[in-house]
Design a binder for this molecule. Sequence first.
Ligand code: DGT
Ligand code: CA
Ligand code: CA
Ligand code: ZN
Length: 574
Amino acid sequence: MRRVSNADIARILAEIGQYLAMQSEAFKPRAYEKAAAAISELDHEVSEMYARGKLKALEEIPSVGASIAEKIEELIRTGKSEYHRELAKKTPVDLGTLSRIEGLGPKSIKKLYDELGVRNMKELERAARAGKISKLEGFGKKSEDNILKSIESLKRWGNRFALDLALQESRVIAERLRSLPGVERVVVAGSLRRRKETIGDIDVLVVAKEAGRVMDFFVHAPDAVRVYAHGETKSAIKLSSGLDVDLRVVPEESFGAALNYFTGSKEHNVALRQIALRKGYKLNEYGLYKGKKQIAGRIEEELYRALGMDYIEPEMREDMGEIQLAQKHQLPELVGYRDLMGDLQVQTNWTDGSHSIEAMARAAAEAGLSYIAITDHTKRLAMTGGLDEKRVLAQISEIDRVNKKLRGKIRVLKGSECDILKDGTLDLSDSVLAKLDVVGASVHSHFNLSRADQTKRISRAMENPHADILFHPTGRIINRRSAYDADMDELIRVAKKTGTVMEIDALPDRLDLKDEHVRKCVEAGVKLTIDSDAHSPQHFHVLEYGIAQARRGFATRGDVINAWPIEKMQTFLK
Ligand code: DGT
Ligand code: CA
Ligand code: CA
Ligand code: ZN
């Protein structure tokens, strides 16, 4: 029997939630959705927890009660869920794909199936192009256009995976390989090591005594659903999540060269190889050679040194100028994965977060942070219960109370994720904004303005003397929604002029700013903040992805204001 992964369990539970929502069930959909979210954030494998502690262990998972625990048990024991199967029979649609279309929730997916027989993306596109969707009650021309746009953008993104999913999967695989006797080294290479925002496939390198045994073990991985290749030095499988994994066993003396080669990027490799040639050497995945003699290759550092340059961190290896900087010994010292001291975007149950201010503050302290800003939504975002001026003032008093209680543990700053209205003004009065420590301004509406209007609107918001940070500046959601049309170079100029900080929202489906924008900010001297956008206590770990994005944009600690002590950070704000 193949072991069910956490990702599988989370997916099935989330789908049950969606099917139940189609039946207009009241509370159950949310319960399944929450359980699915909790499971996808666990550090341990649920099937192992079950093997040790049976149903009791399952019920200890946050948001998992007795009835959901039984569904999970069935999944672990049989690989299937009868409940899921029965629900799916009623509305046999490709939920995984259809729910990636922006604006399509369970109810509308059901309606499209009931009325037009739409089961998958192809049928959805056909119905939209034929103008059938706009005629349905509750849809209209605008939603039909949005569906077509969303299908286009999904096609454009192609079959690439989110960084967090790929990173988690790769860590499980690496851990399993490390547990094998005779395995000396396991490293994840490829775009994952470079922390690209989306990942095509996972590349793993191993140094081991008996390659054959490692390969056997690998192709029989519990969540392998397909074996593409099973060789002595290279094997490849597909995981149940849809991700492909390449595994290569390499000789110890070539490990650095292989790691360098398979980390890429391809463009970086090509540039290195040319430098090697110019020096009269040959560079390949086995080493750096002068004639037949290997002069470097055991470790990467040695390779770069022999080529006359400083070691280049993987996140920079895109042949975007890093090689020239390394030759001149002028590489920036990148912000480190342990450098963040604070987090300037955190939501609570005052709006759409799940926990209290105090619970979020305690979780942040637990995650090693020494300050956070509470930035709940404002009134225009009505669906989140956005705060009006009166509620913001009430929240300020509550934060004072929490600060007294948690003195010495963490500092909580008063903030807001304040909506930018259509005309570029902010959603709270200046007198209330003035009482806050940190104001993040963000766009949550009117995504379709013209480029000129959108740029003007956001610039105007940044010109507000209270707007400290522009939150998620492009608004893109990876694999779902393109950035709104605005002139980023102009926004960076306005940020510089007004002293506005640009945010890297670390949520793995946002990672907004993009790496190239980070680079432009760094070059322009515009400061950055890396925020979790946490909506629950388990979310602070996503900061890792934001840091990766900052490093891909060559940011140093000096560029990132929440890598600074609180006093210095606060003096910098407007
Ligand atoms: P991905 O998987 O699309 O997210 O991106 P990568 O960079 O992981 O690409 P992948 O998996 O095709 O190959 C892993 C690394 O192997 C790549 O970063 C560089 C190296 N590599 C692959 N093909 C070539 C090639 O044709 N020439 C050179 N120089 N390097 C290559
Ligand atoms: Ca790859
Ligand atoms: Ca690959
Ligand atoms: Zn937001």
